[in-house]
Design a protein around this ligand. Structure first.
Ligand SMILES: [Cu+2]
Length: 520
C-alpha cells in the first residue's frame, strides 16, 4: 500500500471544492513567500528546472530582454535577487532533462521533491498529511481538456490572492482561454512498445526518448515528450497578443514558475506509469539506470524540506512499486493498449489476409537502422511565415519502388515498410508555436516547438542544431498506395503554423526528408 495517491484535478469540478487543489494553492503560497535564494522556495524550484535570472547561464537573455525573469508580467511577483551562492546554483539549477531518455525519470524525481516540499508546508498549515499532487488529465471525458477552473480564479474562497493564478498564460488563441485541443494533442505515444530507439538520426526515438548524456536541451524528443508533453506546454503558455512576449509554460526556462506545470507533469508521469503497467519496459542499459553522473556528468539532485540533498538515478525511480505513491487511475486508453492489432489491421488493409499474430509484436518493432533509406528530401531550408511553407520533395525512384514493392508483397512474414517524415534542424526564436504538417493534403501530424529557442543558440552544448521532428507517415503512404497514387516523382509537403508568426520569430526548417524503414 502506498502512503499517497495522486488524483484527478478535475474531481469536484476542478474548483477549490477539490481539497487537493485548495491545499495545493495554500502550499504554493507558502513556497512563494520564500526568497529566491531559499532552497525551499517556489522560485528556487522553478530555477532547478530552468531559469533566466543567473547572468552566468548561456541562456541569460540580458536584464532588459524578455524572457529575463525581471520582465515577467505579474502576478506572480517573481523575485530576481538575491541569487544563491554560485556553488548552490552549480549544484541545483538548470537540471531539467529534455530530448533525452532521462526526460521521464528526471521529472519523476523533481515532482516527488516538490510534492514533499508542499506536503511539509501543508502539514505546517494544519492540512492533511496524506496530501498528494493532483494531475490534469486533458484527455479525460467531458470538458477536462480545459484547464481546471481553480487556476483561473484571482482569489481563493477566503478572498486572499490565488497563488495558482498566473497572468502570463495565454492559451492556444492568445486570449487567455486555456484548453488543450484534442486532437492534435493525443496519447498515441502509449501505443509504442520501445522506450528508446537507436541513437543515430532514426525514425525510432521511442516512447521515452533518445540515448543521451545530461541533456537540458537536445535535438529529438521521445514520443511521450513530443506529444503530448511539448504540445501541451505551448498550448497553455501561448503567446501574448502583441507577439513580443509569451506565456511561462511556453519556455523551459520559465515553465516551472507556473503552478499548472506540476499538474501537467504529474499527468505525464502518470502516462509513463500506465505505459509500464501495460507491460512495457524501461531500459536496462546501465547508462540509463545509473544516470549521467555515472559517466562523469552532472548528477540529479534535489533539495529536501529538511535541508538535505537527495541524489537520485533513474534506477531509483524506475517503477511506482519502489516508491511510496500511486495514481487513482493508470488504465490505458483502449486504442493504445494493443499495438500488435495495428499491424494486423494494416496488413488486412493492404489486402493481404493476415491471421492474428501469435508472434506478438517483435517483427513490427524491429529497430534495424541498417534498413533505413532516404526516399526524398527538400532542396533547401524553409522559412516558416504566417502563411506557412511548402516543399516539393523529389523522390528517389529506386527507394520509392522498394516502398511500393514492400506494400504489394506485405504479409506476416514480410512486413511492409514504415515511412517517416523528418523536419530537420528547425531553428528560431519562439517556443510557443505548433506546426501542422501535411503530405499531399493528408494530415501528417502537428509538432510543438517547446525548447526551440534554446536549441537554436549557437554556443549551446549541441551547437545550435535546433530541433528535429519525426512524423510517422506510413498511413499516408498506405493511402497513396491503395489509391494507386504511389507512382510519384515527388511529395507535396505543407507546414502551417497554428497562429500568425511574429516577424522576429525567424522560424526555419533546415530540411524536410522522407525515410523508409524496411523490415527485411
Ligand atoms: Cu515540461
Amino acid at each position: 500500500m502506498s502512503s499517497y495517491t495522486r488524483s484527478n484535478a478535475w474531481n469536484n469540478g476542478g474548483t477549490f471544492d477539490n481539497s487537493d487543489l485548495l491545499w495545493y494553492a495554500k502550499g504554493v503560497g507558502v513556497m512563494q513567500s520564500r526568497a529566491l535564494d531559499d532552497q525551499n522556495s517556489w522560485w528556487f524550484f522553478a530555477a532547478i528546472h530552468g531559469e533566466y535570472v543567473n547572468p552566468n547561464t548561456p541562456w541569460f537573455p540580458g536584464p532588459t530582454a524578455f524572457p529575463a525573469w525581471t520582465l515577467i508580467p505579474a502576478p506572480p511577483q517573481v523575485p530576481t535577487t538575491p541569487l544563491p551562492a554560485q556553488s548552490v546554483l552549480d549544484l541545483y539549477w538548470d537540471q531539467c532533462q529534455h530530448q533525452s531518455w532521462y526526460f521521464p525519470p528526471w521529472h519523476r524525481g523533481y515532482l516527488l521533491t516538490l510534492e514533499a516540499q508542499l506536503r511539509a508546508a501543508i502539514v505546517d498549515l494544519g492540512g492533511p498529511s496524506t496530501w498528494a499532487l493532483p494531475y490534469w488529465n486533458y484527455f479525460g471525458p467531458d470538458n477536462q481538456f480545459e484547464m481546471p477552473p481553480a487556476f483561473a480564479q484571482t482569489t481563493l474562497p477566503d478572498g486572499t490572492p490565488n497563488p495558482l493564478f498566473v497572468t502570463a498564460r495565454y492559451g492556444p488563441r492568445s486570449d487567455g482561454n486555456i484548453f488543450i485541443p484534442i486532437p492534435p494533442v493525443a496519447q498515441a505515444c502509449l501505443g509504442n512498445d520501445l522506450y528508446t530507439g537507436s541513437n543515430v538520426i532514426t525514425p525510432r526515438p521511442g516512447f521515452g526518448g533518445p540515448n543521451t548524456g545530461f541533456s537540458p536541451q537536445g535535438e529529438i524528443s521521445g514520443n511521450l515528450e513530443s506529444n503530448p508533453h511539448n504540445q501541451v506546454h505551448g498550448r497553455i503558455g501561448g503567446e501574448a497578443p502583441d507577439g513580443q512576449t509569451w506565456g511561462l509554460m511556453s519556455d523551459p526556462g520559465l515553465a516551472a514558475l507556473d503552478p499548472i506545470f506540476y499538474l501537467h507533469h504529474c499527468n505525464i508521469d502518470r502516462m509513463w506509469a500506465a505505459w509500464n503497467e501495460n507491460g512495457n519496459s524501461n531500459p536496462n542499459d546501465p547508462n540509463w539506470l545509473n544516470g549521467p553522473a555515472a559517466i562523469g556528468e552532472r548528477e540529479f539532485v534535489m533539495p529536501m524540506p529538511d535541508g538535505s540533498s537527495w541524489v537520485y538515478t533513474p534506477a531509483d525511480v524506475n517503477s511506482l512499486s519502489q516508491l511510496d505513491y500511486t495514481y487513482d487511475d493508470v488504465s490505458l486508453p483502449a486504442r493504445a493498449a494493443q499495438p500488435s492489432r495495428a499491424v494486423t489491421n494494416r496488413l488486412a488493409r493492404l489486402r493481404r489476409a493476415a491471421p492474428p499474430t501469435p508472434t506478438g509484436t517483435a517483427g513490427a518493432n524491429m529497430d534495424n537502422e541498417a534498413n533505413l533509406e532516404l526516399v526524398g528530401a527538400s532542396s533547401g531550408a524553409l522559412p516558416i511565415k504566417s502563411s506557412g511553407a511548402r516543399a516539393t520533395l523529389k523522390l528517389e525512384p529506386v527507394a520509392r519502388n522498394r516502398v511500393s514493392a514492400s506494400l504489394r508483397n506485405a504479409s506476416n512474414a514480410e512486413l511492409p515498410d514504415h515511412v517517416y517524415l523528418q523536419l530537420e534542424n528547425v531553428r528560431g526564436n519562439r517556443d510557443s508555436y505548433q506546426l501542422r504538417v501535411s503530405v499531399n493534403e493528408q494530415d501528417a501530424g502537428t509538432v510543438g516547438l517547446f525548447g526551440l529557442r534554446r536549441a537554436s543558440v549557437k554556443d549551446a552544448a549541441h551547437g545550435g542544431a535546433g530541433l528535429t521532428f519525426i512524423l510517422d507517415i506510413t498511413d499516408i503512404v498506405d493511402n497513396l498506395f491503395l489509391d494507386n497514387a504511389l507512382d510519384l516523382d515527388s511529395l507535396d509537403v505543407r507546414i502551417v503554423p497554428n497562429q500568425a508568426v511574429a516577424d522576429d520569430a525567424e522560424i526555419t526548417v533546415g530540411k524536410v526528408s522522407v525515410y523508409r524503414q524496411g523490415h527485411q
